[in-house]
Ligand binder design. Structure first.
Ligand code: FAD
Length: 421
């Protein structure tokens, strides 16, 4: 069986490996010059650093198993770094029952109420009860208005902007229910994982075409499928697109009822400015969610408060992350202008910060990086089987109710490979 897979992100590469192991002749088409998709990294000395901050949770079983299977499991590093929220100009650790009870921006009884709502979400395993509810409407009465105004509301607004009032409670449930405080990272960077997957697919006889863009998917006589690419056509017995649903829809011929039902919903783009500093920005915090108003970024992630700076020749690496609509003006600004805009706000995080601390900087952006999971999202998740014979869809917009993540890409690929086998 000849299978063509569109996209060499975590999903496409895992699927390619599984199908190649099952005996398929696999061809992978990838627009970028390297494997890894949104989890790809760039070289930094002897290692790589993700273009967008990445870590694993202890509950990410599928990817941990795959890392073990391909011999990288021993290089996983587990730690409980500090994850905090910025409220009233100060960072407060907020990652455990104890930290909720110590969270001084709230009165003691408000903390208890917030803690009780979190405990309920941890214990509740039936997310369907919550999925048609709006997270803002659920959290205000359950967590209490003070906790919502200081933490829950600003976090929703930071992540989803204008869509914040229309996010499914199932999305919030999954973040609280499934995530662990212990976080994992692959020594040397996750790029190693994707390079290894690509290498293994090659060893099994698969072909990987990088810097090649898929431009169309058409059916051919006899049930075969033709993929148009920037480097010519490829004919296969079947095609699996791991590109976002909206992107895949543009490649397919017109399929009116399929597109009407499933080509709906919004997505946000990701933007990250990364600074290499000559010292710490934050004393202890790895992850800082900005809950105060007026910041031009939603999270500050000091990677080297999780993975030691020694791994990066002493660099202190800090991400300033955003999810924004694809037409946001930030995406048009050059790195220097973004840095200029961010500098006074970085000083709000640490008043001692001076631009002279910055040794190097990088900036990355990616479209279709975060689905906007509204309460009716689940009604518009397309099936893996499309109306075009032998054409399948498997992408992070079908991950539900969990927020997209490398683990869920691996899990979906494992599942689909079994179905196609
Ligand atoms: C800011 C940010 C932070 C994140 N943090 C984490 C984290 O901490 N932990 C975690 O596990 N996950 C995290 N994720 C999510 C994780 O990156 C994704 O879940 C994962 O990459 C999804 O894999 P995928 O293969 O489904 O999609 P993608 O990674 O998007 O891969 C799709 C691939 O298709 C390619 N492509 C697109 N169009 C075409 C075309 N026309 N032709 C050919 N190729 C094409 C793309 O170049 C890409 O390589 C984060 C994501 C972002 C944006």
């Amino acid at each position: 069986m000849e299978t063509t897979i569109l996209g060499a992100g975590p999903l496409g590469l895992t699927l390619a490996l599984r199908l190649a192991l099952q005996g398929d002749r696999v061809t992978v088409i990838e627009r970028a010059a390297q494997p890894g998709g949104l989890a790809a990294g760039f070289p930094l000395g002897d290692v790589t650093l993700e273009k967008f901050y990445h870590h694993l949770f202890r509950s990410d079983h599928a990817i941990i198993e795959l890392l073990n299977e391909i011999g990288l499991g021993d290089d996983l590093f587990w730690e409980t770094p500090d994850t905090s929220v910025l409220v009233g100009g100060k960072p407060y650790t907020l990652n455990s029952a104890g930290s909720v009870l110590r969270f001084s921006p709230l009165l003691p009884w408000e903390r208890l109420r917030m803690g009780a709502a979190i405990a309920y979400l941890k214990l509740q395993s039936n997310y369907q009860k919550l999925q048609d509810k709006n997270a803002a409407d659920w959290m205000r009465p359950w967590m209490g208005h003070a906790a919502y105004d200081k933490v829950g509301g600003p976090q929703l607004a930071g992540k989803f902007g204008d869509y914040a009032q229309d996010i499914s409670m199932a999305w919030m449930w999954a973040r609280i229910h499934s995530r662990t405080t212990q976080l994992g990272y692959l020594h040397g960077g996750f790029q190693r994982f994707y390079d290894r997957l690509a290498e293994l697919v090659g060893v099994l006889g698969g072909e990987l075409h990088f810097s090649t863009t898929a431009t169309s998917i058409r059916d051919r006589r006899g049930g075969r499928v033709r993929v148009g690419t920037s480097h010519g056509d490829i004919i296969a017995d079947r095609v699996v697109s791991t590109l976002p649903t909206r992107v895949t829809m543009k490649l397919l011929p017109t399929l009116p009822s399929f597109q009407r039902r499933y080509d709906v919903g919004a997505a946000l783009s990701a933007h990250c400015l990364i600074l290499s500093l000559d010292r710490h920005l934050m004393e202890r915090v790895y992850w800082l969610s900005i809950c105060d108003p007026g910041y031009p970024f939603l999270a500050v992630v000091e990677h080297t408060n999780f993975i030691p700076p020694q791994d990066y020749d002493g660099r202190h690496l800090v991400y300033f992350g955003n999810y924004l609509p694809m037409d946001h003006p930030l995406f048009k600004l050059p790195k220097e202008a973004v840095l200029e805009e961010f500098l006074p706000h970085i000083k709000r995080i640490n008043p001692d910060f001076a631009p002279e601390w910055v040794r190097e900087s990088w900036m990355f952006a990616a479209p279709f990086a975060q689905p906007v999971v509204t309460p009716d999202y689940h009604r518009h998740i397309p099936p893996h089987v499309t109306p075009l014979r032998n054409v399948y869809l498997a992408n992070m917009f079908q991950v539900y109710p969990q927020d997209r993540g490398q683990n869920y890409a691996v899990d979906m690929a494992n599942w689909l490979a079994r179905q196609l086998g």
